[in-house]
Design a protein around this ligand. Structure first.
Ligand SMILES: Cc1ncc(COP(=O)(O)O)c(C=O)c1O
Length: 382
């Protein structure tokens, strides 16, 4: 029978404890979410600075852009947003995308569309980059997570056989929370005449004195990171994404990035809201300070309670469990006690690295974290 695979594959996922389903969040209330009428402390959100719920005024209320950006979808608000970002991270130009997924996939596909090109990425890079790389005409190879030595070997072995080489990684890894050795990646790219593309989805808002991400934290200039991706759906608290780089890169993408050209732009209201959120992100340093205090409290208490931590010092604190059934069980036990912590399973993460992905935000209070860790320690000891 045609399309029988749909039922077969769903049944197989279910039998392996890997089936996903939607849960409707009925209300967001600061650090809480309401689901099926019950209030939970939310430890699964990427709204690291609590900006998604910030009350912010904008200069427009136009809720639709009415077109793709090269037709009628690029408004004064979009232009102001691009200029604001470019100025703050000292890049020549910025291009807006509807999502980080579109930005990563599209840049990769548009730029790496010839056979004499090579893409080298970290093995744990986000699915959106992998999809772009697989759909491109370039050769694609991955190096072990954060393994600069293996990257060096690949560059030494293959650099001379390809005209252009793109090296790609994330500043803060989405599921592991650890940071890439960015200075080392920059150095290697410069030595081997390769371009570095860095996805700062989980660094923007969190890293750097004023939240301008990995660029501010490390003082990286455009020549160090020729392609920088930032997303607005995490710490900035809205949605959408940007690519930042040289005028030539942005003009090229405006002409060849299909996700950009053939997609309705987000609304002027969204652009203006995002710009206001970026101002709050950089001006309200207390949000980052509170987040950092919460991260320290989490790590100190978890260590005291014997909960195994990873090396992550970011807002993303994974608790490695190793198999999906146990990850689901721990998540359910936490939910029974009022803590919203989702199990993250294969294929989102590699096999046998199923985990609880705990995320901390500036909305959490110390006692929220203490409560979570006490219940978690108890559940893990059973
Ligand atoms: C590292 C990374 N890059 C890109 C994306 C995609 O961004 P968006 O949610 O805006 O599509 C995500 C989020 O899922 C991410 O974690």
């Amino acid at each position: 029978m045609a399309f029988e695979f749909i039922d077969d594959e769903l049944a197989q996922r279910e039998s392996l404890d890997l089936l996903r389903s939607h849960v409707c969040i009925e209300e967001y209330q600061q650090q809480f979410v309401k689901v099926s009428g019950q209030r939970f402390l939310n430890f699964s959100s990427n709204d690291y600075l609590g900006l998604a719920q910030a009350e912010i005024e904008t200069d427009t209320n136009i809720v639709g852009s009415g077109g793709s950006p090269l037709v009628t979808g690029y408004s004064a608000q979009h232009r102001a947003l691009c200029e604001h970002i470019a100025q703050n991270i000292e890049r020549e130009a910025v291009l807006l995308f509807n999502s980080g997924f579109a930005a990563n996939s599209s840049v990769c596909q548009a730029l790496m569309n010839q056979e004499q090109q090579l893409i080298l990425s970290d093995k744990l890079i986000h699915a959106s980059f992998i999809d772009g790389a697989m759909a491109s005409k370039a050769q694609y190879k991955r190096f072990k997570h954060n393994d600069s030595a293996q990257l060096t070997q690949l560059l030494q072995k293959y650099r001379s056989s390809y005209r252009d080489v793109l090296v790609a990684s994330e500043s803060v890894f989405s599921m592991d929370g650890d940071q890439a050795p960015v200075s080392e990646l920059v150095r290697q790219c410069q030595e081997h005449d390769a371009w570095l593309m860095l996805d700062d989805a989980h660094g923007l808002g969190v890293l750097g004195k004023n939240g301008w991400g990995i660029v501010e934290q490390g003082g990286f200039e455009q020549e160090h990171i020729p392609i920088l991706i930032g997303t607005f759906g995490k710490a900035v608290g809205t949605g959408g994404a940007f690519v930042a780089g040289s005028n030539a890169l942005i003009e090229y993408l405006s002409n060849f990035a299909r996700h950009y050209i053939y997609s309705t732009a987000f609304s002027p209201l969204h652009a203006a809201t995002t710009l206001a959120h970026l101002n709050a992100m950089s001006e309200q340093n207390w949000r980052r300070e509170k987040l950092n205090d919460n991260i320290q409290h989490f790590r100190a208490l978890a260590t005291q309670l014997g909960i195994p931590l990873t090396a992550s010092v970011s807002a993303i604190q994974p608790i490695m469990v190793g198999e999906p059934k146990r990850a689901l069980m721990l998540s359910e036990q936490l939910m029974e006690k009022g803590f919203w912590v989702k199990a993250i399973r294969h294929p989102t993460v590699p096999k046998n690295s199923d985990r609880l992905r705990i995320t901390l935000t500036s909305m959490h209070e110390k006692e929220d974290i203490t409560g979570l860790l006490q219940i978690l320690a108890e559940a893990m000891s059973r």
